[in-house]
Design a protein around this ligand. Structure first.
Ligand code: PGA
Length: 262
């Protein structure tokens, strides 16, 4: 795993954007896996800016989102559909038919999840998947105890997640109890993972995910067995890592060697 430690959230977002842009330049029809929540907001702002100011095109890109709440309409401001259009899709030239976000209103969720998996496969798999981490260690909505081989399916949200996400809803009771999420196994099949985390409230769980044992109790720890992961963390999120001096040193060396960014 390549661990890049940045000064703050702003720098984390710019660094992440640089990585996405580089991949997009190499492959204009990139299959991009996307995440929601507070963490990737700065990345999306930066991508919108680069699209507008530097004419970077997303016209050939296909996107797959990690998850969506069950029971929310796409135009519900708390839905991940709404979030993605509001914060990214409405401001870039991605084609609507190339956007995939799990349908939280699917009549037959099991069949739907199977279909979602098939669309990822048909697209040739995800080239680069953006992921965050919940305070309970989840990746996507794969709550502690999820099978590390799981596929896209319905998960019951953990109490911690419901509390953490209540800030996006009028009341705690309004937070859905279920979500459709790509499985840990689905995420693991992405060719590359771009892991973002920011803030001290994530530092302990980030250390467990990157340096602790691989365990279903911290589903994000599965990243340790993925061959290509770039973790971009701000100072605060990286603060509990045992090996942070090494990561800094290794990154300095890598940049000197490569003469630039990945
Ligand atoms: P956050 O959520 O970016 O809002 O902290 C991350 C997650 O729950 O995966």
């Amino acid at each position: 795993m390549r661990v890049i430690i940045t000064k703050d959230y702003e720098e984390m977002s710019k660094e992440a954007a640089r990585i996405v842009v580089n991949r997009l330049k190499e492959k204009p029809d990139l299959v991009l896996g996307l995440a929601t929540g507070s963490t990737p907001l700065g990345l999306y702002r930066e991508l919108v800016r680069i699209h507008k100011e530097e004419k970077l095109s997303f016209a050939e890109v296909r996107t797959f989102n990690l998850d969506e709440y069950i029971g929310l309409k796409p135009d519900d401001p708390a839905s991940y559909h709404y979030f993605m259009f509001e914060n990214l899709f409405n401001h870039i030239d991605v084609r609507k038919e190339n956007i995939y976000i799990p349908d939280g209103l699917a009549k037959d969720p099991e069949k739907y999840c199977q279909w979602y998996e098939e669309q990822i496969e048909k697209a040739g798999g995800i080239d680069l998947q953006v992921v965050g981490i919940g305070r309970d260690g989840h990746i996507g909505f794969n709550e502690p105890g999820s099978s590390l081989a799981s596929r896209t399916r319905v998960k019951t949200l953990d109490e911690q997640t419901i509390k953490d996400n209540a800030r996006f809803f009028p009341r705690l009771e309004d937070v859905p109890r279920f979500a459709i999420t790509m499985g840990v196994g689905t995420i693991l099949e992405a060719k590359e993972l771009l892991f973002l985390a920011s803030g001290t409230e994530k530092s302990d769980i980030v250390a467990k995910a990157i340096e602790g044992p691989v365990t279903s109790l911290v589903t994000a720890s599965i990243m340790q067995i993925h061959p290509k992961v770039i973790a971009v963390l701000d100072e605060e999120a990286a603060s509990s890592l045992q090996r942070k001096d090494y990561y800094r040193y290794a990154e300095e060396q890598a940049r000197r060697f490569e003469g630039g960014f990945v």
